[in-house]
Design a protein around this ligand. Structure first.
Ligand SMILES: [Zn+2]
Length: 370
C-alpha cells in the first residue's frame, strides 16, 4: 500500500486516510464503471486511493448498496463516497430544493463514513441555494455520532469562482461544515481567467474544502489546500455540463493521460505525436502499470480503454505521492506544483509542438501573483 496522502490543512476529515479519489460512474448494467468494478477495486487496493461513485437515477438506492458491498470485498479499507448527481442533466434539481436527510442516513447505513449530500445545482449569484445546502448540511453534521460525517456537495456555476469567490469562501467559513465543490462548464472551467485564483481563495476557508469531478488540476488543488479531490475517469466526469446542450462537450473514445504534460489526450492524437517523435522522454511513464514503458503500449494493447484507465489512475496517484507526501508546508507544495507545471508546459512544446493546455497557464499565473 502506498504511503498515506493527506492534506497539510489543519482540519482534514478525520480518518479519511487519503486525499485522492477516483470518480467514476457506476451502473448496475455492467457498462460502467470505465475500469470495470474489478479494475476499480484493484486500483483502490494497490494505490490506496478512494473512490466516488456517480450513481444512476434509476435504481439509485439498490445500486448504492451493491457497489459499496462489491468494493468492500476487494478493498475493505478504501474510502467510498456516493454522488447522487441530481445537479446534472436536463431535469436537474436546484440548490433551493435542499438536501435529503434520508439519503444521508442510507449512505451511513451502507457503511459509508462520509455521506455526500444530494444537492441541486447552485446557479451564479444564487445565494439562497448556496446557504440552503450549507445550512442543512451543517445541521445534519451537528447531530451525527462520532465516526460519521456529511460533506455538503456544492455543484456550482463557474462564476462562483471567477466573480464571487470571496462570497463563496465567506459562506463556507460561516457554516463551518465540510464541502466538496464541483464546477459546471462545457470544457475546462479552470481554463477561465480567475477561476484558478478563485479556487485557491476558496480552498483557504478554515474548514474542509474538497474538489470533485476534476482533471489533473486536482494536483494543483491539493497543493493549494484541498482536503480531498477526485479525478474523473472520463471527460464527462472532469467537470459537469451546463443544462443547455446536454453534454455537448462530451468527447467519446479513449483519452490517455500524459503524466509529463499533466493532461489527457485523445488516443489518435497522441499516437500521431508519438510516431513523429518516438524517443522523447515525455512519452515515458513510470507508473505502477506502465513501469517505464513508452505510452504507445496502451494503444497497441488488446484493451486500450481499460489500460488507459489503469495507467491514468495509477499515474495520478504516483504524481500526488511524489509531489506532496512529506511536503507538509504549503510553500513547498506550491513550489513542487509550479515545477511540475513548468515542466509540463515545456514538454508540450518540445515533444509535440503542442500549445500547453490553458489551465497550466492559469496555475502559473496563480503562482506568480501569490
Ligand atoms: Zn503509466
Amino acid at each position: 500500500m502506498a504511503p498515506e496522502l493527506t492534506s497539510p490543512r489543519a482540519e482534514p476529515l478525520e480518518g479519511l486516510g487519503t486525499a485522492l479519489f477516483l470518480q467514476t460512474v457506476h451502473r448496475a448494467d455492467g457498462r460502467h464503471p470505465q475500469g470495470g468494478v474489478a479494475g476499480v477495486r484493484e486500483l483502490l487496493k494497490a494505490d490506496g486511493i478512494g473512490v466516488v461513485y456517480v450513481l444512476p437515477r434509476k435504481d439509485r438506492l439498490r445500486t448504492a448498496t451493491e457497489v459499496v458491498h462489491q468494493t468492500r470485498l476487494k478493498a475493505p479499507r478504501a474510502q467510498i463516497m456516493l454522488d447522487a448527481s441530481h445537479y446534472s442533466g436536463k431535469q436537474r434539481k436546484l440548490g433551493t430544493a435542499g438536501v435529503d436527510d434520508g439519503w444521508i442516513k442510507r449512505q451511513h447505513n451502507d457503511g459509508v463514513r462520509y455521506a455526500l449530500t444530494d444537492s441541486g445545482y447552485v446557479p451564479a449569484q444564487d445565494t439562497a441555494s448556496l446557504h440552503r445546502i450549507l445550512h442543512q448540511a451543517a445541521n445534519i453534521n451537528d447531530k451525527l455520532r462520532r465516526g460519521k460525517g456529511v460533506v455538503a456537495a456544492l455543484p456550482i456555476a463557474v462564476e462562483w469562482l471567477t466573480l464571487d469567490a470571496d462570497q463563496l469562501q465567506k459562506a463556507i467559513t460561516d457554516h463551518g461544515t465540510p464541502v466538496a465543490l464541483m464546477i459546471e462548464h462545457d470544457k475546462d472551467p479552470l481554463a477561465l481567467k480567475n477561476a484558478v485564483q478563485g479556487l485557491a481563495h476558496v480552498l483557504q476557508a478554515p474548514t474542509t474544502v474538497g474538489l470533485l469531478r476534476c482533471d489533473v488540476s486536482v494536483l494543483g488543488a491539493l497543493a493549494y489546500g484541498a482536503a480531498m479531490v477526485a479525478v474523473g475517469d472520463s471527460s464527462a466526469l472532469r467537470h459537469f455540463f451546463p443544462k443547455k446542450g446536454g453534454g455537448g462537450g462530451y468527447i467519446p473514445g479513449t483519452s490517455i493521460l500524459v503524466p509529463r504534460m499533466l493532461g489527457f489526450y485523445r488516443q489518435d492524437k497522441l499516437a500521431n505525436a508519438i510516431e513523429d517523435n518516438p524517443d522523447d522522454n515525455a512519452w515515458k511513464c513510470d507508473c505502477r502499470v506502465c513501469q517505464g514503458r513508452n505510452l504507445r503500449w496502451i494503444a497497441e494493447s488488446s484493451n486500450p480503454h481499460q489500460n488507459a484507465f489503469n495507467h491514468g489512475t495509477a499515474a495520478i496517484s504516483a504524481m500526488a505521492q511524489d509531489l506532496f507526501v512529506n511536503r507538509g508546508d504549503s510553500a513547498a507544495r506550491h513550489a513542487a506544483w509550479h515545477e511540475a507545471v513548468t515542466a509540463a508546459e515545456e514538454a508540450h512544446q518540445t515533444a509535440a509542438g503542442w500549445k500547453p493546455t490553458p489551465a497550466l497557464r492559469r496555475w502559473q499565473e496563480l503562482y506568480e501573483t501569490s
